[in-house]
Design a protein around this ligand. Structure first.
Ligand code: FAD
Length: 290
């Protein structure tokens, strides 16, 4: 099917983009990689009157560390994360997730921030960012505000972003010197959305105790879910097999999946527990070695 007709804007500055959004209100949509929006338009699940394409605006494709804080610009593609050496150390959870997203075509075009704005509970970046801890910068004609990732997802495909706001980038909070994480994803075949995904990130203090823990789940709840109960089991403790088992059990308890063609709810819950255990063991080993 062809999309309904729309007006296309290709601004070269953010201010121009924001003024179009202001003008069209909820009848306009931001276009980043187009990998979620264009399929929706072709199916006519979305019929915006105006598209505001961000791709001609310079300066928003930076992926860099500044004073221990990782910056991800609005136009950073999945591919850039897949190829980044920077992400392979303290941000392993991002590095591990990126190549598991769909196929090279989607990864070449799709953006991290677009994925967060889309808020698909099957999206991988939502869980990754909930695990590492990130703050989004949202700009509108009225100014700039920070949205902690914990406050972004309001429901399936629903966020706390206003219709006149653009996510210009995000900052991953400094995980400290001894930190590591990973993302484990079960998919029916390569390129699929997750049947189950688990993101885990740990920081260790000088005595080897866990100073910060992040665990988040994909595809097992109506939104990407941060599992605070599992994180609390870990923080302040020196990691042991029993501790990791207790946290994994808490992660499984936070999953409320549905029976579907991919498997039963009970089986998916078991996968969460197994993947959480594996991911936490990997994070501990790598953080100790870092
Ligand atoms: C075949 C296929 C398989 C896929 N598999 C996976 C997968 O396994 N895992 C996964 O996580 N994702 C998957 N995706 C989705 C993909 O990751 C998309 O790239 C992502 O969901 C949206 O990013 P985008 O840049 O393409 O956004 P777009 O499609 O351009 O936009 C998506 C939505 O976000 C809004 N938006 C985009 N950028 C901004 C911004 N900066 N500020 C405010 N609003 C914004 C748009 O208005 C729109 O509502 C798949 C997509 C396809 C087509």
């Amino acid at each position: 099917m062809y999309p309904a007709s729309f007006e296309y804007f290709a601004p070269s500055t953010l201010d121009e983009a924001l003024s179009v959004l202001e003008r069209y209100g909820d009848e306009a949509k931001v276009l980043a990689g187009g990998q979620s929006l264009i399929p929706l338009m072709k199916l006519r699940f979305a019929s915006p009157r105006a598209l505001v394409d961000l791709n001609g605006i310079d300066g928003y494709d930076g992926l860099y560390e500044d004073n221990g804080v990782l910056n991800v610009g609005a136009l950073v593609r999945h591919k850039a994360c897949e190829r980044s050496d920077l992400l392979r150390s303290r941000y392993g959870v991002l590095a591990d997730a990126a190549p598991q997203i769909s196929d090279p075509i989607v990864r070449n075009l799709g953006t991290v921030c677009g994925s967060l704005a889309h808020a698909d509970p099957q999206g991988d970046w939502g869980s990754v960012m909930l695990a590492v801890g990130a703050d989004l910068e949202a700009r509108s004609s009225a100014g700039t505000r920070t949205i902690p990732i914990e406050e972004l997802f309001q429901g399936p495909f629903t966020t706390s972003l206003q219709e006149n706001e653009v996510i210009t980038g995000l900052k991953v909070r400094d995980p400290g010197p001894k930190a590591a994480g990973t993302y484990l994803k079960l998919e029916r075949k390569v390129g699929d959305y997750a049947t189950v995904g688990v993101a885990a990130q740990l920081s260790l203090d000088g005595d080897g105790a866990i100073s910060r823990a992040g665990i988040a789940l994909t595809s097992v709840n109506p939104v990407n879910t941060k599992v605070t109960a599992a994180e609390q089991v870990l923080v302040g403790q020196v990691p042991t097999d029993d501790l990791i088992e207790a946290a994994s059990k808490a992660a499984a308890a936070a999953a409320d999946p549905r029976d579907d063609v991919r498997g039963s709810a009970e089986w998916k819950r078991q996968v969460v527990r197994t993947y959480a255990r594996r991911a936490l063991h990997t994070a501990v080993e790598q953080a100790r070695a870092s």
